[in-house]
Design a protein around this ligand. Structure first.
Ligand code: NAP
Length: 546
């Protein structure tokens, strides 16, 4: 067993809590609030210097929502809804971080959060019915319950670039962006990666850089964001319609304001289809992806049609036909990867200061003192931005040495892919709950909506245990097996499960990550129903003991 006791301290001197929460992002913050509400003594350990999680770390230029701002904020506090005003329909990172800081102030959350404290080891001690938690600063803590709120996209996946030590310029990963401003003005800038992050960075950098080189491995289908400021009328509408907004999110597949319509793309005429797609394309947000015909993400023929529509749009927007062809994805159909939303992304490639380089056809060789060498050509750079994605969903779990009953490690248990019950608990890891864990609907969701569901469910379970004087809860292996099978069955019905993306464990920098399905594709309403059924059947699938 790993020794988690703190040097110089006896077991009895180690601070003991009811609950240790790992992470002070959106889920950890709300979980702390709810744990306090039911009278539990809780502590949050957070690796960063303040609250905010994703919005604390991803402070790269251009970072902003692709959910409507007012559909993204917490719904649990009427006062917060009343007081906070979003300035844009899709607000930028600084504003979101400010919002989360305001929520932390409002509920005095920081009082129970230890910042700059990275959890390194957690160890279940059966005799004590407790988790022992060790931090990178040498400190330890004990708690009956462990709740992970570590985020699905929190561990950057960085390429191993030969020559990085000789490169004279700056290199920044988007998710570890410096707190000081980085100026691109008059600089030669390279961006590696064209996912949702890369696309946001590229749009921004292209405005001021002397020269921007976009190093693209795989093209992605992006659709217009349609952002605009919130007018006083918009503010009034939102403030008076929050119930409707959250109900709409609650009823939709991905908890967004957009939901698929009850009609097949193949049951309407080409004229009708194209008119509908034109309308969706010109509307704000995820309508074109998630508010579409009900078969575009599952039926190959319907998907082929929407893909052709999106291809036509790229060809219309990019002037140089060769560049347009490079920007058209050939490896996947529209929507089978998470769709990036953009503001003038395709037009960036019509600018004289922007160059597109295919790094699949011409592999990256190395960084030199002056730039990046690709396919025998050196591209001079002052700044290289790595928008190369994340070790998604399981990455943050693998960063912690998590040991359950008998010292079994979670990493070993999940070596061929995650196994969970409802994406919330794991057999062999008693009293551990995962917010936004693998195989949880929250991994494919307008995330705060699913976070609130996750946290409320876990909190209800903790209250249930308190009420019944249960000290220990553990998922039954058969419940875990059934849930894991269900996750793969519903994933198989979609085109997403057949496409390389972070949903399926793909990232070029993670050669050993198993390629399996990490999210839950059954949709948020079905997921919530399954969680509710479990609870109303006395937490069926979970064994409790005193
Ligand atoms: P991503 O979707 O995984 O994209 C990573 C990009 O980097 C891909 O284009 C990938 O190419 C490329 N790449 C990775 N390693 C590379 C290498 N060694 N050489 C060349 N290219 C390399 O990651 P992401 O863009 O950070 O987005 C992840 C998710 O975060 C999104 O899907 C979304 O859910 C979320 N996000 C949300 C927002 C928002 O607006 N709210 C903004 C940003 C991100 P391949 O495709 O070939 O692997």
């Amino acid at each position: 067993m790993t020794n988690t006791s703190e040097p110089g301290k006896s077991e009895s001197q180690i601070p003991t809590y009811d609950v240790v929460i790992i992470g002070a992002g959106i889920s950890g913050m709300y979980q702390l609030h709810k744990a306090r509400e039911i009278g539990l003594k809780a502590i949050v350990f957070e690796a960063g210097g303040d609250v905010g999680g994703t919005w604390y770390w991803n402070r790269y230029p251009g970072a902003r929502f692709d959910s409507e701002s007012y559909s993204y904020g917490y719904s649990f506090s009427k006062q917060v809804l009343e007081e906070w005003e979003w300035s844009e329909h899709f607000s930028a990172q600084e504003e979101t971080l400010r919002y989360l800081q305001y929520v932390a102030d409002k509920f005095d959350l920081r009082r129970d959060i230890q910042f700059n404290s990275r959890v390194t080891i957690v160890n279940w001690v059966e005799e004590a019915c407790q988790w022992r938690v060790q931090l990178d600063n040498g400190k330890s803590a004990s708690a009956q319950f462990l709740i992970t709120a570590v985020g699905p996209l929190s561990v950057p996946a960085e390429p191993e670039l030969e020559g990085i030590e000789v490169f004279r310029g700056e290199v920044h990963h988007s998710a570890r962006w410096p707190h000081e401003a980085v100026s691109f003005s008059g600089k030669k800038v390279g961006v590696l990666g064209t996912g949702a992050t890369g696309i946001q960075v590229i749009q921004e950098v292209a405005k001021t850089a002397a020269h921007l080189v976009v190093f693209q491995r795989t093209a992605n289908f992006a659709a217009p964001l349609g952002n605009r400021p919130m007018t006083p009328e918009d503010q009034h509408y939102v403030k008076t319609h929050y119930d409707d907004i959250f109900k709409k999110c609650r009823d939709s597949y991905g908890s967004f304001l957009h939901d698929r319509i009850d009609c097949s793309a193949l049951d309407v005429s080409q004229r009708e289809r194209e008119a509908f797609w034109e309308k969706l394309y010109n509307e704000p947000g995820f309508g074109i992806w998630l508010g579409n015909y009900n078969d575009v993400l599952v039926d190959p023929e319907a998907n082929r049609l929407i893909t052709n529509f999106m291809v036509k749009k790229i060809r219309e927007r990019v002037h140089d036909p060769e560049v347009a062809e490079m920007l058209i994805p050939t490896s996947h159909g529209f929507g089978s990867r998470r769709v990036p939303l953009e503001t003038g992304y395709y037009e960036v490639f019509n600018q004289d200061n922007v160059e597109l380089v295919d790094v699949k056809a011409n592999p990256i060789e190395r960084l030199t003192e002056a730039g990046l060498r690709v396919g025998g050509i050196e591209y001079p750079l002052d700044i290289l931005v790595l928008a190369t994605g994340f070790d998604a969903i399981t990455g943050a779990f693998n960063k912690i040495d998590i040991r359950g009953i008998g010292g079994q490690t979670l990493a070993r248990k999940w070596q061929n892919g995650p196994q969970t019950y409802l994406g919330l608990q794991v057999a062999g890891f008693p009293n551990m709950f995962m917010l936004v864990g693998p195989h949880n609907a929250a991994t494919f969701c307008n995330i705060p909506r699913c976070i609130e569901q996750n946290v409320d469910w876990v909190t209800d379970l903790l209250s249930f245990m308190k009420e019944h004087r249960f000290r220990r809860s553990e998922t039954k292996p058969e419940a875990e097996r059934e849930w894991t099978e269900h996750v793969y069955e519903v994933a198989d019905l979609t085109l997403m499960s057949k496409t390389a993306s972070w949903f399926t464990g793909h990232n070029p920098n993670l050669k050993d990550k198993p390629h399996t399905f990490y999210a839950y594709a059954g949709g948020a309403p079905l997921y919530r129903q399954k969680c509710d059924e479990c609870a109303s059947n006395g937490y069926e699938g979970i064994a409790f003991s005193e």
